[in-house]
Design a protein around this ligand. Structure first.
Ligand code: FWO
Ligand code: ZN
Length: 390
């Protein structure tokens, strides 16, 4: 049991300076001057001068590794536990990307189970870029209903030279099957959609919202900040159709697309344009490849996404863009939790999971991280290492 005393609590709403008691993997009590019952083995953590935030939720991580667009030597490495913990990320949703052949659903599920055993909370999307969707059971709906960790489908590529060039009705069918799979299993049924640089941009999503009975909350287009044109269309989609947009926080200066919008700047742009603060999320694309192709579509090099970029962009949204900590935190806690239908994640409340990040109030440097009530990082040092990490 841990009693975090006198921290500024951002749930993500600003609750002021409070004590938070955890035990059995949950947040048990939030209040003023909670007594430290040492007798029950309560360990006190001093929260003075610090802010306490919900553990971050990263809804797009290539936990198995991804890449390969430059040949086999460019297949990226898998996620290590400390990559997530050191970035304050306590929940991840794993996905496959371009390579849905050598990267398999069996492997993805095993990696998700491994990370769960090591101490963080994991889910996965079924499928990869490709259409028809490469599932485990042979059906999108069955994968979601029958496989506990499968919360949706993705990352399905559209408007991209690497997509399967699906037709809009094929796309609508994937969203429909995913939605019903979610309804029948009490899970999100969320389609994570990879947006490329193609000119059709969000046309398929507009089609689903306007021409079917499916609500926009079953679709999350990611990489919206990969160009200013897509950023602007994403803002319009969110404002006029109530759509949700996800900004990718990983970027590799060496392979930076000149037109790319930094996620923290994109969040400010969206909020200033009048997009509802509940409709913008960040995700890292961690361990995914960040490939660059030239005008003729030739591979021109690649970087690797980092889960740590999620926290960095949340921090920059506050320290560089001047957003409130609440507005910045929503994008990595409450909003992904709502879309993923994870009621016990992404918030500091009694009964919620004890996924918590304690950071310096001024620099937002991470001090302590709890995942499912276990201290994974303390005084800035990662304590919980993955099985094969030093
Ligand atoms: C983005 C994942 C991209 C993989 O367009 O989609 O390739 O399979 O590992 N990454 N293809 C990166 C941009 C948003 C910068 C992926 C990657
Ligand atoms: Zn992608």
């Amino acid at each position: 049991m841990y009693l975090i005393k006198n921290a500024g609590v951002y749930a993500p709403e600003d609750l002021g300076e409070l004590d938070v008691l955890t035990g059995g993997g949950q947040i048990l009590k939030i209040g003023k001057n909670l007594p430290a019952e040492e007798a029950y083995g309560v360990e006190v953590i001093d929260g003075r001068g610090k802010v306490l935030m919900p553990g971050l939720i990263d809804a797009h991580v290539h936990i198995l590794g991804g890449g390969g667009e430059g040949g086999a030597r460019t297949r990226t490495p898998e996620l290590m536990l400390s990559d997530a913990v050191s970035g304050g990320v306590t929940t991840v949703v794993g996905c496959l990307g371009t390579d849905g052949c050598t990267r398999t659903m069996e492997n993805l599920l095993a990696k998700a189970k491994g990370l769960e055993e090591e101490g963080i909370t994991t889910y996965v999307y079924t499928g990869s870029y490709q259409v028809p969707v490469r599932t485990l059971t042979g059906s999108v709906m069955d994968d979601i209903i029958l496989l506990e960790k499968v919360v949706g489908t993705g990352e399905i590529a559209i408007s991209d030279h690497r997509s399967s060039q699906p037709r809009k009705k094929e796309f609508a069918r994937i969203v429909a099957d995913t939605r019903v799979g979610g309804i029948l299993s009490g899970k999100a049924g969320l389609v994570n959609i990879h947006m490329g640089d193609g000119e059709d941009r969000l046309k398929f999503l507009r089609y689903v919202v306007k021409k079917t009975e499916i609500p926009p909350s079953n679709m999350l287009p990611t990489h919206i900040n990969r160009s200013m044109a897509l950023m602007e269309e994403g803002i319009d989609y969110a404002k006029t159709l109530g759509g949700y947009i996800d900004l990718t926080t990983s970027s590799d200066p060496e392979h930076l697309d000149p037109d790319e919008v930094k996620a923290s700047a994109g969040l400010k742009m969206a909020l200033e344009a009048g997009v509802s603060p509940d409709h913008v999320t960040f995700s890292s694309d961690g361990q995914g490849s960040l490939p660059v192709f030239d005008a003729e579509g030739r591979f021109a090099g690649l970087g690797v996404g980092k889960v740590a970029s999620l926290y960095r962009e949340m921090k920059d949204a506050v320290l560089e863009e001047g957003l409130s900590l609440t507005d910045a935190l929503r994008a990595v806690s409450k909003n992904p939790a709502a879309l993923l239908k994870l009621p016990n994640k992404g918030r500091i409340a009694e009964g919620a999971d004890a996924d918590l990040v304690l950071a310096d109030r001024d620099t937002l440097a991470i001090d302590t991280v709890l995942a499912k009530g276990r201290v994974m990082m303390r005084d800035g040092q990662v304590l919980a290492k993955g099985t094969f990490e030093r």
